[in-house]
Design a protein around this ligand. Sequence first.
Ligand code: XIL
Length: 379
Amino acid sequence: MIEPTRRQTLGGLAALAALPASVRAAPPAPASLDALARKGGRRFGSAIAWNPRSMDSGSVQNPAYAALVRRECGLVVPENEMKWQWLRKSPDSFDFSAMDGIVGWAKASGLAVRGHTLLWHRPKWFPGWLNKYDFGANPATEAERLLTTHIRTVTARYGAIIKSWDVVNEAIDHDRNAPIETSLSRAMGSPEAVLDLAFHTAREAAPGAELVYNDYMSWEPAHAKHCADVLRLLEGFRKRGTPVDALGIQSHIEMFSLDPATGVGPYREREWRAFLDEVVGMGYRLLITEFDVKDKALPSDVAVRDAKIADYTRRYFDLMLGYEQLGDILAWGMVDKYSWLQGFAPRDDGREVRACPYDDAYAAKPMRAAIAASFAATG
Ligand code: XIL
């Protein structure tokens, strides 16, 4: 006996065969976001996780999620698996199992991989042991040994596939308006000493790779000071001859209030352009490394929300794609329910943040159309 779903399929096929050939021809598959980005010489990708414990996650283990990423993307970035907390459970060991899993899958899927991140320079994201570490009688030497060993070991393992690295992530304390101090910076004398050593080591260990400083400064008014601090940091890199090739703009853009003039979240277009102009003026390239949208200020209604998120996305992409210095573009996840923002920036009404290009049923949202339209217009 044929089970119902199979019978329905066969019935559907019979109905299809009765149609004239012109109607029967399947519509062409819509171009992937990566294919659209490539028309402008760029690539589109997403974060992905390795999660052997749950298929219900934005992971390689979730066949539907993995298939969506394969269909839409040309490259992936590990959401967490390359961070010190995952790789460095102790001072003398490396655990590459999760990262190897992502890289193996990406290779088999014909996807490129970005490296994120060789050093997230915040105590909160250091492994516990590193925050409490006893650096001994020569603290600077021991801190340098730990950092350079880490960067050399990781780049040696993945250098054949990873050609773009977030060498340093989020090095600025935006409340103090100064680079963040950590156990490493205290041991080495200054945060700048740590960051410079990270980039010099990466350049030496991964010659030819793109070396990126990645941060979350953004175009909303609340980020004005952070933008100024990042400019100072980037100027310092140039003055000291630190080998940094590009600024990674995380692009967790946010609507925490609405601007009556536009109906979307307030953004500082002129100042943001001035910021980007200064960055590229210093010779840095640009990447969008972690795109998603926080929608706190928007009403519960899904259709209204999705339309405004798409509108805000389009404005952002049109501006960013105007920069020929902009290279790879990555979303921080493709499906709403798996977005980190459900935990990090939850809505007051308790509904899911609609942060990503696809909804929980894997249907493309207006955000996806906005990105595609922006690629098509600027490609
Ligand atoms: C986030 C992950 O998505 C979470 O799963 C994790 O708990 C914390 O880190 N900026 C970054 C990313 O550079 O590494 C962060 O990823 C999101 C903010």
